[in-house]
Write a new protein. Structure first.
Length: 160
């Protein structure tokens, strides 16, 4: 458990990766296709993650403003030997995510954490990042994985 405090957003993203042109015309299709792309999960874990994320979406949309969505399970669902991660997905088509400002979702941050504390910390950092003009430009332009991770690493240096 101690290592979760030391994991930076960049480390979590390196584990979860960035996916471009994720197919699907609905929220569920995009999330399902993204989860299918995740290399570290077994078939059973994929099904459980999709179910948990969609149950969370049924309670209240995780679409936020400016074309960002933050889907995640309501409670942590990783076993002790599994690693938390964040994945960024750029959907091929913008699914309706019922964002408060009506914006079309262009960037999805899938958050899979090990504890409520880690989850809240990750949400807070992503929220901060997305409010930074330079970072928002990078995700809006769907720039390279290296560019996005480098920008996060640079910003995280200033958080220490």
């Amino acid at each position: 458990m101690n290592n979760e405090k030391n994991e930076s957003l960049a480390q979590l993203l390196k584990r979860g990766r960035i996916y471009y042109n994720v197919p699907g015309s609905s929220q569920k299709e995009v999330i399902s296709n993204l989860i299918d792309m995740l290399p570290e999960l077994s078939g059973e874990k994929r099904k459980a993650l999709l179910k948990a994320v969609m149950e969370r979406e049924a309670i209240m949309s995780t679409g936020v403003e400016n074309g960002i969505a933050l889907p995640h399970p309501r409670t942590p669902m990783l076993d002790e030997n599994e690693n938390p991660f964040i994945s960024i997905a750029f959907p091929a088509k913008s699914p309706d995510w019922q964002t408060p400002d009506g914006s079309e979702v262009h960037t999805i941050f899938l958050i899979v954490s090990k504890s409520p504390k880690q989850h809240l910390g990750v949400l807070s950092k992503i929220n901060f990042l997305c409010q930074q003009e330079e970072f928002f430009k990078l995700i809006s332009a769907q720039t390279s994985e290296n560019s996005i991770i480098s920008a996060i690493e640079e910003m995280e240096k200033n958080w220490e």
